[in-house]
Design a protein around this ligand. Structure first.
Ligand SMILES: [Zn+2]
Length: 237
């Protein structure tokens, strides 16, 4: 294989490598996965806050139930006082009746408060159960997508490594003088330093190549496009 042909192939591999890298960057799910991760973490934090709220609700229920028990005991004592022999005085009895009415009212309010708290507790428990299931499902989905992303990334990296290896192998075999020209020209021309002659035109700039230059190239001698300055490769096929 001629060095210029090698150089052209190496150049194509370099372009392919660059394009694949760019494509991978465009098609990467990583930014999306990062957003999903952040959203899942925010949901977990919210879940924990609500779980704490549920625990304090449970404590509140217990405390209010104790209050109710105390009021019940007080009511029992008062009722006993109403019928025992120690409290006979009618004024005293009226006072006890008054206390009984107030205690009954307090007890009823206390019991209602307990019921309301239990209702809140049950509603929150149901919401938390659903949310826990939903988070679990979404986390599983997310982890599956992470695995898919990792294997996708791995195959891209393998492909890039293969292209790189092919490129190095080709480039290493090229005459140092030609490589020197290539490196110098790539500073001006970028990725395409070598152009192919197609129907007497330069594949780099699409302009006609003069007959004089064509003659030189066809003899396999090094020559440049008079218009864009690219190295011209003549391929017989
Ligand atoms: Zn040209």
């Amino acid at each position: 294989m001629r060095d210029l042909e090698r150089l052209w192939q190496a150049q194509n591999l370099k372009i392919k490598h660059k394009q694949l890298k760019e494509k991978a960057r465009r098609e990467s799910n990583l930014p999306l996965l990062k957003k999903e991760k952040a959203a899942l973490e925010a949901r977990l934090r919210e879940y924990k806050l609500r779980k704490n709220r549920l625990q304090s609700l449970e404590k509140e229920v217990k405390a209010r139930e104790l209050d109710c028990e105390e009021l019940s005991a007080k009511l029992e004592t008062l009722t006993r006082q109403l019928y025992d022999d120690e409290h006979n005085n009618s004024k005293e009895l009226q006072g006890i009746e008054q206390k009984i009415r107030m205690t009954k009212e307090e007890l009823s309010q206390c019991e209602e408060a307990v019921l309301n708290l239990i209702q809140d507790q049950e509603e929150l428990t149901a919401v938390l159960r659903q949310e826990k299931e939903a988070i679990g499902r979404d986390k599983k989905d997310y982890e599956e997508r992470v695995r898919q992303y990792q294997s996708w990334k791995e195959s891209i990296n393998n492909e890039l490594a293969q292209i790189e290896a092919q490129y190095r192998q080709l480039f290493d075999e090229i005459d140092p003088e030609l490589k020197e020209i290539y490196n110098r020209k790539s500073k001006l021309l970028g990725d395409t330093v070598v152009a192919v002659v197609e129907n007497a035109t330069c594949s780099g700039c699409r302009l006609d190549i003069s007959p004089v230059v064509l003659k030189v190239i066809k003899k396999q001698n090094l020559s440049y496009c008079e218009n864009c300055g690219r190295l011209l490769l003549y391929r017989e096929d």
